[in-house]
Design a protein around this ligand. Structure first.
Ligand SMILES: [Zn+2]
Length: 469
């Protein structure tokens, strides 16, 4: 909640005239504007990419991702809340998005604030808009969810999404969620939804309308009404998105919360536990174990009629590039790769990678016409799914050998079986894992082959020629 850096930065920018990079009368002498499109696959580690490639393109096939000029890795670094000098080896979306958005490490759950002392961290969105560069965020989660929020909000905990939820303190396992400390009445910036509509974003598209319906803190109007008063065109349908005026700010809220996944398991099935027979239950070296029936993926009827990530990306690119002489920063998140993996739904994650790949097609088509466009694709953290042998190498040793977790056996379009295992815990939700994440780019010169997530902030800032503060 403590705000130190940003106000002084704005003063500095104003003093040194950095805001003067916008429209000049002599267009011929102007440099071509530079743009950055950052695409984040939430939970999109190499396992998720491989699973999606196997299913969507075949084992020897290629996603658009695979044809990018540069492919490297980013280290995912997380620090402990009670001792920021100590590392935690598994991240959440809040701290990893904070690293990308601000260049600083923090602890799990935090949105652009420091671990321990709770100082606000200046984000690339704030720096860009102060330098007159347009900014936009797109996701198929709620627009108040952690990845997107880290780019525009500052709050001690990701769950304080609406004026209703910010009033509550709750105990969540080992974590205490103290939202009220960020109420405006307590010197904070208010809930994440209130911070979004107060931001300088040119557009934010995704789900999460339920977080904008409650009344603004100490006011009689809802957050939606405040958004409209502050100049946002509020969009709630695909049709409205397709025809929205390009000269207004956009707040797209296309679902109550996260948008539904595009694909689901056959008949709505998710991963299932192998079933030992009665003999094996009595004696672990004997008996047999029945594996889940193979399945295919099918369209999820709940996603029908909703805008897909590609459409939101196309519209965002049209909006941000319209009459723009000073460039833009756009972040696009494919959020459901992660959310579906938490629920052990392999097909949902596959559809999430597919949506990301389509959004990347749009970004690459834009970059072909607008050469000064850097595209970076990465993930925020690894996830639980892993491809395991459909037939264990140890089968036939005399004892039943099978996964201790839950399993999806997918029949791929090339008529082979892919076994996907989920086994990070015994809870109703799987957890993230701690491996490096991939980084792809259309410009091999702009990125080293190995960097940290915090380094990505500097790569983006340098590419956009945003001055140092
Ligand atoms: Zn997650």
């Amino acid at each position: 909640m403590k705000r130190l850096a940003f106000n002084s930065l704005i003063a500095l920018i104003t003093t040194f005239g950095f805001t003067q990079v916008s429209a000049q009368p002599d267009l011929a002498t102007q440099p071509i504007p530079k743009n950055v499109i950052l695409i984040i696959g939430d939970g999109m580690d190499d396992h998720q990419i491989t699973i999606a490639r196997n299913y969507l393109k075949g084992a020897a096939g290629r996603l658009t991702l695979d044809n990018m000029a540069q492919r490297g890795v980013a280290q995912v670094l997380t620090v402990a809340e009670n001792d920021p000098k100590k590392f935690v080896y598994v991240a959440d979306s809040a701290n990893s998005a904070t690293a990308i958005a601000t260049g600083q490490l923090t602890s799990r759950g935090r949105i652009a604030t420091t671990a321990g002392d709770d100082n606000d961290l200046t984000s690339i969105i704030e720096l860009a808009s102060a330098a007159n560069i347009k900014t936009g965020l797109v996701s198929n989660s709620s627009v108040t969810d952690a990845t997107m929020a880290a780019f525009y909000a500052h709050i001690n905990m990701r769950f304080c999404q609406s004026p209703a939820s910010i009033e509550k303190t709750s105990d969540f396992g080992q974590m205490t969620i103290d939202c009220p400390q960020d109420l405006q009445a307590n010197g904070g910036l208010g809930s994440i939804a209130e911070q979004l509509v107060a931001s300088n974003l040119d557009l934010a598209l995704g789900g999460g309308i339920k977080y904008f319906r409650p009344k603004v803190e100490n006011q009689s109007m809802s957050v939606i009404e405040l958004a409209e008063q502050l100049g946002f065109e509020v969009l709630t349908s695909t049709k409205q998105l397709q025809s929205a005026p390009l000269d207004k700010k956009w707040l797209g809220l296309f679902a109550p919360s996260d948008m539904p996944a595009r694909l689901r398991g056959q008949d709505g099935r998710s991963a299932e536990e192998p079933q030992p027979d009665i003999t094996h239950r009595a004696l672990s070296s004997k008996g047999e174990v029945r594996m889940p029936e193979p399945m295919i993926c099918e369209p999820n009827p709940k996603s029908k009629g909703l805008p897909h990530l590609k459409l939101m990306t196309d519209r965002a690119l049209a909006h941000l590039s319209q009459d723009n002489r000073s460039g833009f920063f756009l972040m696009v998140e494919s959020a459901l790769i992660d959310k579906e993996a938490h629920d052990r739904r392999a097909c949902g994650s596959i559809g999430g990678v597919e949506q990301l790949d389509e959004a990347l097609d749009s970004a690459l088509a834009f970059a072909q016409k607008n050469p000064n466009t850097l595209i970076i694709v990465t993930a925020d953290h690894s996830q639980s799914a892993q491809i395991v042998p459909e037939n264990s190498l140890f089968k036939g040793v005399g004892v039943p050998v099978y996964t201790p977790g839950k399993l999806v056996r997918l029949r791929t379009p090339e008529n082979s079986l892919m076994a996907i295992n989920y086994a990070t815990n015994n809870f109703i939700k799987e957890e993230h894992t701690g491996a490096n994440v991939p980084v792809f780019s259309n410009d091999a010169a702009s990125l080293p082959s190995m960097l940290t997530q915090a380094d990505l902030f500097h790569v983006i800032k340098n590419y956009l020629n945003i001055p140092n503060n």
